[in-house]
Design a protein around this ligand. Sequence first.
Ligand code: AMO
Length: 465
Amino acid sequence: MNRTLIADTVHQIGETVCIKGWVHVRRDHGKLIFIDLRDRSGLVQVVFLPNVGQDVHEIAAQLRSEFVVQIEGSVNKRPEKLVNPAMATGMVEIEAKAVKILAKANPLPFDMSGETLNVELPTLLDHRGLTLRHPRSQAIFKVQAVVIDAFRQYLQQQGFMEFQAPAITPAVAEGGSEVFTVDYFDHTAYLTQSPQLYKQIVMSAFERVFSVNKVFRAEPSVTTRHLTEIVSLDAEMGFIESWTDVRDMAEEVVRFMLQRVGSECARELALLGATLPTMIEKTPTMSLREVQQKIFEVVGRDTRGEKDLSPQDEREICEIVNKETGSDFVFVYGYPTRKKPFYVYPNPEDPQYNEGMDLLCRGVEWLSGGRRVNDFDQLMEHVKLWNMDPNKISMFLEAFSYGVPPEGGFAFGAERITMQILQLSNIREASMFPRDMERIDKSLKIELVESVKVDTEAKLKLQEI
Ligand code: AMO
C-alpha cells in the first residue's frame, strides 16, 4: 500500500491509509492506546481500540516516543466536540488496523511531548540530534529555509546570478582581528569573514551577483546575537546611480522575505507565538548623526560624536522610529569613513563620512552594505591609507584596474534574521549547529571521552530493548 502523508489524511476520510513516521507521544486510557504520529508534514492522532487484535495491541503497547512505525488504518472523522483545533489534522483520527515497528528508540532523556520544549538552551543544543525533531525546532528551521529561499528567488527575479565564494582566503576582508587562521601547508591562510572581495570581483564580470555562504568570525565574546560561523546572504550590483539604489534593493528583498514567511509559515509563526515585523511602504532612512541627535532629543542621552551605534542606541532608535512612523525597520547610513573597511565609498560632499548603511529592525542590525569605491586610483589610495598589503588582495585589485562601474551591495546574517523574525531570545536557537567561543556541537568544556561514553551507553540501551 502506498504511503499517505499525515497532512493529506484529512482528504481521505472513510478510506484506509498507510502512514509512516515517528511516535511523538503515547497516551493510554485503560485499554485504549493513543499515539500522536509525526512525519514531515505534521502530526495526527492514531487510536488502537481494544478489539484491534491481540498482536497489534501488543505491539502498540511497546511503542515509546521516537519509535519509527508504519500504520495501516481507517481515517475517521471526529465528532464535532472531539475536534482538536490545535492540530492541523484535528478533525480526523486514524483507527489503526495494523502496525509495524521500523526502528526502535531509546527512552528520551527529557519530555518532548509539550508544545514548548522545557529544557535549558545548553541541553537543547547538546541533544540537537534529538531536539531537532521537536515541532518548535522544526518551525524555526522551516522559517529559516523560507527566508534563504526568498533571498535567492527575489534576487534571481532581479537578474542576479548565484556564485560560490571560497572559504579559504589569503587576506582578511573585513579588517580587525576577528578571524580564524588556517595552517595551509607552509602558509597561513584565513577562514573567510565575508565573501566581500570575491563578490565584488564576480560582480565586475557578471554585473549582478549573490551568494549564500558560510562565513566565520572569531568573536571573542559570548553574546545572544553573535556566532562564530554564520550563513551570510550576500549581494552585489553594478551600474548604480547612488547608494540608495542598493538600499532600495535590500528593502525589497526583506519585503519579499516577510511576504513569503507570512504566506507559507502561518502555522510555524503561530506555534512560536511570533508576529512578523512591520515594513511600511517606505522604510525610514537616517544618517548616523541624525540618529544620535534624535536619541539626544527624545531620550536625553548624548551619544553625538560617537563613531558607531551601541546596542542601546540600536534599541532606542528602533523604538523611536516605531512610535513615530509605525515601521519596525530603519536604515542608518553615513558612518565615519576611517572606522569602516577600505572598500566603503566616502560621501564626495563630506568625505569624513561614508555611503555605508545598516538596516536595523526591532533593536538589532540585520544587514550591512552600501556603495563601494570603484575607481582604481581611489581604491589604491585607500589601500595605502588603511595600511593594507596590495599583494594580498592583488586579484581584487586586478579586477578593479580593468574598469568597474559604480557599484554596491549588502549582506544579511540568516541566523540574525531568523532570530529577529521569530523574536527568539538567543541566536543559538536559530542555528542548527551553533558555533561560539564555548561550543562546537558540545560544550568545549566537556572532554571528548564524555561524549564517547554517552554513545556507548546509548548502544547498550538499544540492545536491551
Ligand atoms: P557585517 O560584518 O556587518 O558586513 O555582516 C553582515 C551581517 O551579518 C550578520 N553578522 C553576524 N551574525 C551573527 N553572528 C556574527 N558574529 C555576525 N557578524 C555579522 C549581521 C550583519 O548585519 N561585507 C559586509 C557586508 C557588505 O557590505 O556587503 C559585512 O560582512 O546580520
